[in-house]
Design a protein around this ligand. Sequence first.
Ligand code: SF4
Length: 337
Amino acid sequence: MIMSTSKKKVLLSGMQPSGALHLGNYEGALRNWVELQNTGKYDMFNCIVDWHALTSGFESTEMLVPRIYEMAADYIAAGLDPDKTAIFVQSHVKEHAELHLLLSMITPIPWLERVPSYKEKVESLGLDSYGFLGYPLLQAADIIVYRADVVPVGKDQLPHLELTREVVRRFHYLYGEVFPEPEALVTKFQVLPGTDGQKMSKSYGNFIALGDSPDIVKTKVMSMFTDPAKIHKTDLGHPADCPVHIYRTIYDSSLPADLADKCSAGDPSVGCVGCKKALLAALVEYFKDFRERRMVLLSDKAQLDEHLKRGAERARERAAETLRLVRSAMRMFKPEI
Ligand code: SF4
């Protein structure tokens, strides 16, 4: 069993198993988690938040288990090491649910209604369940059940973390100090556009998944949007707004330094088809080892189960300790009976 090292700061991260992980997830989160893990500075807990996936996907749960396995394989293939990071499934650690319930007693409903993504999704997706309203509070429980010091987040997730901090302060005001107020570890990353130039989204289907085979990557890359103003090679291009070029700046180590200038100047020696072929070769090569590791991991579910079991054991140990502190602070009836 991996022991928590109390001198290190505790870091909590997680993602919903709501579909295949794509390049945007990799750049926006996973790559950073691996780097944070490899600094050795944090006691890392990484949660596959399956209960959260139910808030919008409660009607079609048949893909939940396969997606959990795929996510665990993606994490490990990308470099999260189960010996260094507790990788586990949220629903395997029941303390998340108990703490969520206790926090729900002290959290005013308007605090939840004002979270920006709540209003947005109620309007756009018509979600109005009790579970959906409580989503940010379950997220707060996910974080503080590990008494996490830091949470790596993008700027758009800051309001969620601020709610967690408010709930912590309210708990402390009512019952005394138990949790650290978790700090945001704001990640700076390159936002990748979707293959159609719009915002990348699982629901728009405009992404390249980490697990896509070279043939699928080929189909997606060769139909990618470029600069709509670049119809002929001699047209003046805008590479900074061209998804193919943006991807190449990240994944193509042989990208010629003068390509952007040549594209902008309408130099006929560069063209969109050539750029796409170069991007395809670069992506296939960049994720070659990842794909192989992922396939090996997915071919041995028993081994993945073992990784998730070890992760859940370590998570449960810390979460159970937190719940003992919480019950004691709240003067609950002898919980051991
Ligand atoms: S030539 Fe290359 S960089 Fe320029 S618009 Fe086409 S794909 Fe983008």
